[in-house]
Ligand binder design. Structure first.
Ligand code: FAD
Length: 318
């Protein structure tokens, strides 16, 4: 079995595509795990996206707790005889994967950006050395655990006529002494760069916080409305919240159009946006690295170019 788990539905569906591909090559099936009380509708949806089996672990433990969730998964892996485990690489998933690997004495590859079968072995690629190299890794033992960030794989096309098995099970797992006393939502600007189709991003080429309104105006006329930024803008200057931060240590994005203004194009920024459909770079330095990754490059002062671009788009598309 190739097993998929994420507490994020979108990542689960993306992982199902890769799980189905691997399962086919290894002549195995795919299982998705759902933890919590749920009716069958989500399970049926996963089947329509490629799951052969959905394993619902019924529990009153509705809030994510890595220790106990690792116990649930350990049981499900043993019950289903799963050898390859794909886990969504968000904060919960990374903690879960490493705990699970510890319990199962299994190998664990975090943040795989590609997975394939080579010489009958699961092989994964991941970015190392701040984005300067790709490590290609294989497992020496089973089970093998991999975490995969969102947007690495596209989902399969939904097929409502697919059929699969839904199994419901309760497991008794060890209760740990720790308990969740409070969950506090992070203060955010409610920006979801990861789902945006058009992103206009700003970097240290902007001189003042107020000037960021230039990118906001361009994003607005492009109907994308989403503003991204390089790390210094969010982490050092704090002109925008971390929701906007794109790159290796920020969000990974895959919009149809990515406009980078005043961003030099260091590898750590590129790592987060290189899969964008069309990349447009605006930079006054003709030697800026960003132009190597761009489909269209505009050499010049962003303070002159962005207002002209905004006016031109407004005239063209209203
Ligand atoms: C472990 C690690 C993780 C990192 N993760 C990330 C990450 O996730 N995301 C990220 O972005 N960075 C990340 N970084 C930082 C990264 O290395 C760069 O320092 C950063 O991306 C640079 O941001 P920038 O391009 O905005 O600024 P700069 O490199 O200072 O570039 C500013 C650019 O603006 C241009 N410019 C200046 N004025 C104008 C003007 N008037 N008109 C047009 N162009 C102008 C300049 O020519 C220059 O190219 C990370 C670094 C490390 C070590």
């Amino acid at each position: 079995m190739v097993l998929v788990y994420s507490n994020d539905k979108k990542i689960t569906i993306e992982l199902l595509n890769k799980a189905s591909e691997i399962a086919k090559q290894l002549k195995k099936n795919t299982t998705v795990i759902i933890i919590g009380k749920t009716d069958d509708s989500l399970a049926k949806e996963y089947i329509s996206y490629g799951a052969d089996q959905v394993f619902i672990i019924e529990t009153d433990q509705q809030k994510f707790k890595a220790e106990e969730y690792a116990g649930f998964l350990e049981n499900a892996i043993k019950e289903t005889g799963s050898e390859t485990i794909l886990i969504g690489s968000n904060k919960n998933g990374k903690e879960l994967a490493s705990r699970l690997a510890g319990k199962l004495k299994a190998g664990c590859i975090i943040d795989a950006i590609n997975i394939y079968v080579k010489n009958k072995k699961i092989t994964a690629e991941r970015v190392v050395y701040s984005g300067n190299a790709i490590a290609i890794e294989q497992f020496n033992s089973k089970p093998e655990i991999l975490t995969v960030p969102s947007k690495v794989f596209n989902p399969l096309t939904k097929n409502d006529s697919r059929t699969g098995v839904i199994i419901k099970k309760k497991f008794d797992v060890e209760k740990y002494a720790s308990k969740i006393t409070k969950i506090q939502e992070m203060q955010t600007d409610s920006v979801n760069v990861e789902d945006a189709e058009i992103i206009v991003s700003c970097g240290r080429g902007f001189k003042n916080k107020d000037d960021i309104k230039l990118v906001q105006e361009l994003a607005d006329v492009l109907k994308g409305k989403t503003v991204g930024c390089s790390r210094p803008i969010a982490a050092d200057l704090k002109w925008l919240s971390e929701d906007h931060w794109i790159g290796l240590s920020g969000h990974k994005v895959k919009p149809k159009l990515y406009i980078a203004a005043g961003i030099s194009g260091q590898i750590q920024h590129i790592a987060g946006m290189r899969d964008s459909g069309i990349i447009v770079a605006i930079n006054k330095d003709p030697e800026a690295l960003i132009f190597k990754s761009a489909d269209y490059g505009i050499v010049g002062d962003l303070y002159e170019i962005i207002p002209k671009l905004t006016a031109a788009v407004k005239e063209k598309i209203g």
